[in-house]
Design a protein. Structure first.
Length: 73
């Protein structure tokens, strides 16, 4: 199934990605943002905060935004 990922980390980008059925937000984050701490990001699906175990659905829009911007005070 396809979802839209909007990554606001760095330059930011949006892209349609194909994921497996029953993929959780937690598993998706680990795959896309490998090695990064999810507590450093605001993660929303369809503009709403969701729990880590939320199962992504076809057509969902997931947004990953850093809580702290590098170089900011």
């Amino acid at each position: 199934m396809q979802i839209l990922m909007i990554n606001n980390d760095g330059a930011g980008f949006a892209d349609y990605l194909t994921i497996e059925t029953a993929t959780t937000v937690d598993a998706f984050f680990e795959k896309q943002m490998h090695g990064r701490d999810p507590h450093d990001y605001l993660i929303r699906v369809n503009r709403q905060p969701v729990p880590r175990d939320y199962i992504l659905q076809g057509g969902d829009r997931i947004t990953i935004t850093p809580v702290k911007i590098a170089g900011a005070f």
